[in-house]
Design a protein around this ligand. Structure first.
Ligand code: DC
Length: 221
């Protein structure tokens, strides 16, 4: 991250609404939106495609060295993820990827690989993830951490995918436990409790917290 770069981090647990909120805030500020989870998902997709053992970090990173992953953020649309020339952006939100991604994301070597990709991004952006404010962008202009109860998050996911509410809630709680180690909020994060809020209200609240700080406002400049 360069001294003149403006990065805003939005961390939170699975399905806490961070990607929609980050996308909405980026749009209002006129900057790019970046999803860090997509890099973990892309490596998981690659592992499944090549039938690799997701517990073998060396095999995962060797595969990524042969078939490089590229994440391209945009100001006005979703991130594009390619492996070689293949656009895999629409293949990353499946149940198979969901089930295996935590195992992939657990490897310290994989986390270093993802973090190096992210730290090389240029320009101003809003980024969502788990450890963006703690590990990857400790000098971010503003850091947010979104909270929502597991059942609320399951209901939101049901809006995006088919499924059973009780099963989805249980799967979310299980994923929270698997992702716990890397999901600790930054000490200086602003906590937003979203259970009672619509998406627009969450984005309003993020924007409101940025307003008094002229250094952050200049992200649009
Ligand atoms: O945000 P998401 O659901 O797309 O993330 C997918 C997985 O990647 C999730 O299980 C946790 C992991 N992840 C992570 O460990 N660190 C991040 N910064 C982002 C995602």
């Amino acid at each position: 991250m360069t001294a003149s770069q403006h990065v805003i981090t939005i961390d939170g647990l699975a399905a806490s609404g961070k990607s929609s909120a980050a996308k909405g805030l980026a749009q209002r500020l006129g900057v790019a939106y970046v999803s860090s989870g997509l890099l973990y998902r892309a490596l998981t997709w690659l592992a499944l495609d090549e039938q690799l053992d997701v517990h073998d970090a060396h095999a995962l990173l060797s595969a990524a060295a042969v078939r490089p992953v590229q994440l391209t953020p945009y100001a006005d649309k979703d991130n594009k993820v390619c492996i070689e020339a293949k656009d895999i952006s629409n293949l990353l939100e499946t149940d198979a990827v969901d089930k295996n991604v935590s195992a992939v994301a657990k490897h310290p070597q994989v986390r270093t690989w993802v973090n190096q990709h992210l730290q090389m991004l240029t320009g101003n952006f809003v980024i969502d993830g788990r450890d963006m404010g703690t590990v990857v962008f400790p000098n971010a202009r503003a850091k947010f951490y979104l909270h929502a109860a597991p059942e609320v998050r399951a209901r939101r996911r049901l809006g995006e995918r088919a499924g059973d509410l009780a099963e989805l809630t249980a799967a979310i709680i299980e994923r929270d436990q698997r992702d716990q180690a890397q999901s600790v909020p930054a000490e200086d994060a602003i906590h937003i409790h979203t259970d009672e809020l619509t998406l627009e209200q969450v984005i309003d609240s993020l924007e409101h917290h940025l307003t008094p700080n002229p250094a952050i406002n200049s992200v649009t400049g």
